[in-house]
Design a protein. Structure first.
Length: 65
């Protein structure tokens, strides 16, 4: 009860952020495929992110909210 407004705020944020993340990810992926220097730039970042447990990505969310 009383959660409708909060749920709609969450859905509106999700509606904006999910397509934005898709476009950014697709753009970075295509850029890395077509340009070797972008691939070399992204490779160390992605290698580090692969070694982190998934819950460490939630730390910025805790800081901001």
């Amino acid at each position: 009860i009383g959660q409708w407004k909060i749920a709609m705020e969450t859905m509106s944020v999700l509606t904006v952020v999910a397509p934005l993340a898709f476009v950014i990810g697709l753009s970075l992926g295509i850029s890395a495929w077509r340009r070797p220097w972008v691939d070399r730039l992204l490779q160390p970042i992605l290698s580090v992110l692969q070694t982190l447990p998934f819950f460490t990505y939630l730390l910025p969310a805790v800081i901001f909210f």
